[in-house]
Ligand binder design. Structure first.
Ligand code: GRG
Length: 306
């Protein structure tokens, strides 16, 4: 069963990859170097977890996840912009991402900033294309836009990133409730929020009832937090070759789960969160398909090595 869910979960990757390129190429009047920089990062081998979560959440309540491809690609465009900007010299100053030179190393800092800006802005025009898809209500596309901007914006991912920057150099010896709360704030917003956007948008486009959207959002909050805990741990103990990056948290004096709680406690916390994510999925009421593939991703997150 787990093997079958694994195969079903990753089956979306080829169509997401093709659609991302097609959507960017369909944008009009883009100067060549900007298009190259946008496509460079979109094509550099991401796992596509967020768009898959979106398509899987759509499928729980009905038809083919392909109907939600514009929204799924819009979300991946926002994730890609965040990685380009996260790697910039004024942020984490990383030279490698997914085993390849970072966007600013190839195209220069100014082009990398603008490629990120363009991916962010055009994500909303791509999401708008979902309004042309038969069977999807235009008012649900409008709700999806609100959800995406809420979770990607100032009170979401960008808010998490600024808190992350402000927490650099936080004395980890000062362990206490305030430090734990700050850490949870950063990770909930920096990482979990785009996963919440994924499942909420998928479910809303499929016209799922609010109660199930809420349940899925809680599932995603738990896997998102677990995902970032594992990311922090991999930064310290992971195989740098498999990760395709060097690991810069210690050099940047980041406040991370690994630095705050230590590796073993972090591992236990991630396992507890994944358990809660599974429990949330069991609370779903009106899904017409079983949530096996979403159960699979919860387990994948904790076992991943890249
Ligand atoms: C607005 C200037 C400006 C910058 C924004 C918001 C932001 C910068 C950065 C977002 C924060 C960030 C990069 C969070 C990390 C989330 C995370 C663990 C990313 C890696 O996700 P994976 O493993 O990546 O899914 P792949 O490579 O598979 O796509």
């Amino acid at each position: 069963m787990a093997k079958a869910a694994e195969k079903r979960f990753w089956r979306h990757v080829p169509v997401i990859n093709k659609s991302l390129i097609a959507f960017v190429r369909s944008l009009k009047d883009i100067p060549g170097n900007l298009e190259k920089a946008m496509l460079y990062s979109l094509k550099s081998g991401g796992k596509r977890i967020r768009p898959i979560l979106l398509m899987e959440s759509y499928e729980l309540f009905g038809g083919s996840g392909k109907k939600a491809l514009p929204a799924a690609c819009a979300l991946e465009m926002i994730h890609t912009y965040s990685l380009i900007h996260d790697d910039l010299p004024s942020m984490d100053n990383d030279d490698l991402r997914r085993g390849k030179p970072t966007n600013h190393k190839v195209f220069g800092e100014n082009v990398a900033i603008l490629a990120g800006d363009a991916l962010l802005t055009n994500a909303f025009s791509v999401l708008g294309l979902n309004g042309d898809i038969e069977g999807i209500k235009p008012e649900n596309v409008l709700s999806a836009m609100r959800i995406l901007s809420k979770y990607a914006g100032a009170g979401g991912m960008v808010g998490g990133q600024i808190a992350d920057i402000k927490a650099e150099g936080f004395p980890v010896q000062k362990r206490g409730k305030a430090g734990g709360r700050l850490l949870d704030y950063i990770h909930n917003h920096k990482t979990a929020d785009l996963m919440r956007a994924a499942v909420e948008i998928g479910a809303v486009l499929a016209d799922a009832p609010g109660e199930d959207v809420f349940t899925l959002s809680n599932y995603a909050r738990h896997i998102g937090l677990a995902f970032q805990i594992i990311d922090d741990m991999l930064d310290v103990v992971g195989d740098k070759k498999k990760l395709g990056k060097k690991g810069s948290d210690a050099a940047n004096k980041k406040l991370t789960y690994a630095s705050f709680y230590g590796i073993e406690r972090s591992r236990r916390k991630a396992a507890e969160l994944v358990k809660k994510a599974h429990e949330n999925l069991r609370k779903l009421k009106s899904n017409v398909r079983p949530a096996d593939n979403l159960h699979f991703i919860a387990d994948f997150i904790i076992q991943r090595d890249r």
